[in-house]
Ligand binder design. Structure first.
Ligand code: GNR
Ligand code: NI
Length: 185
């Protein structure tokens, strides 16, 4: 075949914005699978996750939120005026959690515009692999501890509303569904 400079190239792959799944999407309830190897396909997925997360915008994303049931989390807690600070957690596991709890008003891109106070351990230790596949361990507190726990919940098919009392959860979801119906109408 003659050389065609406009043919699609398989060695340069543009990042892609992916749609974020929103409740009641059943995939959000799926337990994600461990990543056996951090290869080029995983890194391409991580790039898509960051692009999708920044555009949303959100401070964290789990792969299942773009429909991929793999244990991959992206986080960037940098403020708008700061340079990006990408953090990638592959196969993250909480190996220790503090007894003391802290409460934070959480939101989720998969339940847009719902915000509720959630109590979780204030500090955690997490074992994971980084984007190079290297084993790592981190001790997190503050917003990083909250966000990591929120994302690791996604890997188990859990959403932050599951951490509310039944009464609060049912009220919150009713309010959310009503607001959605009114917005669609
Ligand atoms: O963007 C997000 N903000 C947020 C705020 C408080 C606690 C957790 C989060 S994560 C959320 C993005 C998201 O849904 N990640 O799964
Ligand atoms: Ni979320």
């Amino acid at each position: 075949m003659p050389f065609d400079p406009f043919a699609p190239k398989d060695y340069v792959r543009a990042m892609a914005l992916r749609p974020i799944l929103v409740l009641p999407e059943p995939l959000l309830r799926k337990v994600s699978d461990p990543v056996p190897e951090v290869d080029a396909a995983v890194r391409a997925l991580v790039d898509d996750m960051f692009e999708t997360m920044y555009e949303a915008p959100g401070i964290g994303l789990a792969a299942i939120q773009i429909g991929v049931p793999k244990r991959i989390v992206t986080i960037d807690l940098a403020r708008k005026e700061e340079p990006p600070a990408r953090q990638v957690f592959i196969n993250p596991e909480i190996v220790w959690a503090s007894e003391d709890l802290s409460s934070y008003e959480e939101g989720c891109l998969s339940i847009p515009s719902l915000y509720e106070e959630v109590e979780r351990p204030a500090r955690i230790r997490v074992r994971y692999r980084d984007v190079d596949g290297k084993p790592q361990e981190i001790e997190a507190d503050g917003l990083l501890a909250t966000c990591l726990q929120h994302e690791i919940d996604h890997l188990e098919g859990k959403l932050f509303v599951d951490r509310l009392s039944r009464l609060k959860r049912e009220r919150a979801l009713k309010r959310w569904q009503k607001a959605r119906r009114e917005n669609d109408a």
